[in-house]
Design a protein around this ligand. Structure first.
Ligand code: ATP
Ligand code: MG
Length: 459
């Protein structure tokens, strides 16, 4: 984490109040939530709509913070305390992160995309850890606050930082990438998330491509070459090097085979046809995420052996394709972390192709934030479910209902259920389980479908 004196920090953000009394006080890391305060932190209060963080400043310092920011327009700054007065605390946090990043000699890998950012970040971290000291974005700290906080948590001894960048509107990725200044920038895929704000898939592609605006001059841009919206813009990729991954043989790196196993995938790649990699997570798209990781690892001089061993050791962040043993011998796949049309279809397709002898059940919740065509997106998901491969379709929520409705065009009614109450769903789901089923549980974060997973595991 950042370790600087108050006077150094004041200079980094060009603050003007007199801190001479505390000039040499050491700051160790930053904190925006007093419940997570660590000794020596710089506490950064925000003037929120409901709560003004400034009222916690005194307490934070009493409880071990070495200093705090204070926004100029908030009255009565406690002048006896080590505070740095700033125009705006959020902007000051970002400015501090930007400058700290410039001072670091760490290599940065930046990851964006509609789906698979966190997964790809976790894969890259697992692989690079074979050779380097690696730090990564914790959880989903990928926005205008999460990214600066992550950057300020980096240690100077760290070799590589793997940073996730998320967005919901134009300009956001540009802002983040210029702060993170990646040496390697990755776009995992272009989906439909945030269509509401960006209008079209072209709009989404352009917004994701902003990641290249912060890429260092001799940096490497890695993207999914199967996506025409990225591939067709190749003439724009002039100021940096480019490598593509994907299923198509036109990519720099593509899989020569993918073999599904119960707990992951075996695969090989065109540039190392004799090596058999094992990725201990389900889903073909995760193999593609791994290809992005392999290219990044090669760029950072890892050997194929190190890559192979790193992939094997991967453990994903929770609720992403997490495989559990459930009641009555069922296998439960917890993918309840999030959902968009692309990831929903990919996950269903993956389930369809698993263990041909088992019965398959999907439990699908609303996909949120899809904009005006949300109903259409849910219907499309419903119509892609294969009635010969999936036994039961359970849906949950007002939008989930439309998945069920369109599934009913092919499925017989006793195999499709929609619920507005989660407990009713759980009850009914349990009543159809015989054992030997594979159950996929997936929906947007807000739907909290992990509660369904829990009920299938606990009893
Ligand atoms: P968020 O925007 O919530 O941070 P994310 O981009 O970090 O999402 P992950 O958390 O890695 O994405 O994965 C979310 C879900 O997307 C996974 O559970 C999986 O179902 C699906 N997914 C992951 N990678 C891909 C991919 N390359 N293509 C399509 N779907 C994917
Ligand atoms: Mg994420």
């Amino acid at each position: 984490m950042i370790q600087r004196t108050i006077s150094q920090i004041t200079k980094m953000i060009k603050a003007e109040n007199d801190v001479s009394q505390f000039a040499d006080t050491m700051i160790n890391g930053v904190c925006i939530d007093t419940r997570k305060l660590q000794p020596g932190n710089l506490f950064i209060p925000f003037k929120g709509q409901n709560v003004d963080g400034h009222k916690y400043v005194e307490d934070a310092i009493k409880n071990g913070a070495s200093g705090a920011f204070w926004q100029k327009d908030v009255p009565n700054p406690p002048s006896h305390l080590p505070i740095i007065v700033v125009e705006n605390t959020e902007t000051a946090l970002q400015e501090l992160a930007r400058n700290y990043r410039s001072e670091l000699t760490i290599k940065v890998v930046g990851v964006t995309g509609s789906n698979g950012k966190t997964t790809t970040k976790d894969i890259i971290t697992a692989v690079l850890s074979e050779k380097y000291a690696v730090q990564k974005t914790e959880g989903n700290f990928n926005n205008h606050l999460g990214l600066p906080i992550t950057i300020l948590s980096l240690n100077e001894e760290t070799d590589v930082a793997v940073l996730e960048m998320g967005m919901s509107a134009r300009g956001e990725i540009e802002f983040l990438t210029k702060m993170a200044k990646p040496d390697i920038a990755i776009i995992t895929n272009i989906g439909e998330a945030h269509l509401q704000d960006l209008g079209s898939r072209e709009g989404i592609a352009e917004a994701k491509l902003e990641i290249t605006k912060g890429l260092s001059k001799d940096g490497l841009f890695i993207y999914i070459g199967d996506e025409p919206l990225l591939k067709d813009r190749e003439q724009l990729y002039k100021n940096f090097r480019v490598k593509t991954f994907g299923k198509a043989k036109s990519n720099d790196v593509f899989p020569t085979y993918i073999e599904k196993e119960d707990n992951g995938s075996k695969f090989s790649i065109n540039i190392a046809p004799d090596k058999n990699f094992f990725l201990p997570v389900l889903g073909e798209y995760n193999v593609l995420n791994a290809l992005a990781g392999i290219i990044a690892a090669l760029e950072l001089d890892l050997s194929m052996e190190e890559i192979e061993s790193g992939l094997k050791s991967l453990k994903l962040s929770s609720m992403r394709m997490e495989l559990h043993s459930g009641i009555n011998g069922t296998k439960v796949i917890n993918d309840a972390y999030n959902a968009s049309p692309t990831s929903m279809k990919a996950a269903i397709h993956m389930l369809e192709n698993l263990d041909q002898d088992a019965r398959k059940i999907v439990v699908l919740g609303d996909m949120l934030e899809l904009g005006e065509n949300e109903i259409q997106f849910h219907k499309e998901v419903g119509s892609t479910i294969n009635q010969d491969k999936i036994h039961y379709v359970f849906t949950y929520g007002d939008l989930g209902k439309h998945i069920a409705e369109s599934a009913l065009e092919k499925f017989t009614p006793e195999r499709v259920f929609n619920f507005s109450d989660k407990q009713d769903l759980i009850h009914s789901l349990k009543s159809v389980i015989k054992g030997n089923e594979w159950i996929l549980v997936k929906g947007s974060r807000g739907m909290k479908l992990e509660e369904v997973v829990k009920s299938l595991i606990d009893n």
